[in-house]
Design a protein around this ligand. Structure first.
Ligand SMILES: [Zn+2]
Length: 182
């Protein structure tokens, strides 16, 4: 299922699936075409950077038996025979107060001789709460390591064993991850 079309210098387009985001594909003309990351692909297609129903997207992949997609345990390297669920907090909603604009500042100073140093303005919401819960394939012998795992680097390295999750982490390098107790 080709979902996106990336233009090549030759004027033709390369049809790519979401899973090819961030890779290099060869156009029929023979040139290598750099495929943008998923967020950029979606933006170019007039979509939101990540599906708003990202959770549903991963649930669907999981239901179709396409997740977890790592074949060996990130810890032991043994074949996958167990699953841990990992919460990936991609983005958090953040409310910021914009600084008062310079001309407003000057105007205010002219009339009141008051210089404002505090932040003022309407609150603006940046980002949105985006979180997904994904199954990570492990070997049963490593289950206890994951049960107590809190380290972001450890968990992200484990997630990077899956092509799908590594892409997710490239999109959201500052994501917070933790294992869901079951
Ligand atoms: Zn081409």
């Amino acid at each position: 299922m080709s979902e996106y079309h990336v233009p090549c210098e030759c004027g033709m387009t390369v049809a790519v699936e979401v899973s090819k985001a961030g890779t290099t594909q060869t156009c029929v003309c023979g040139k290598a075409v750099q495929i943008p990351l998923m967020s950029a692909l979606r933006r170019a297609a007039g979509q939101t950077p990540m599906p708003l129903n990202a959770l549903e997207h991963f649930r669907l992949l999981s239901k179709e038996g396409r997740l977890p997609d790592n074949v060996s345990c990130p810890i032991t390297g043994a074949p996958v025979n167990d699953t841990v669920w990992v919460h990936v907090q991609c983005e958090r909603e953040e409310v910021r107060y914009g600084r008062i604009k310079l001309w407003q500042h000057l105007l205010l100073f002219l009339f009141t001789r008051v210089i404002l140093f505090y932040r003022s303005g309407r609150p603006e919401v940046y980002g949105r709460d985006t979180a997904v819960e994904v199954p990570l394939g492990i070997n049963h012998a490593a289950r206890s390591s994951f049960a107590t795992a809190r380290g972001q680097r450890f968990l992200k390295e484990a997630l990077n064993c899956s092509p799908t999750y590594s892409q997710l982490l490239r999109e959201y390098p500052d994501a917070e991850v933790w294992v869901i107790d079951d």
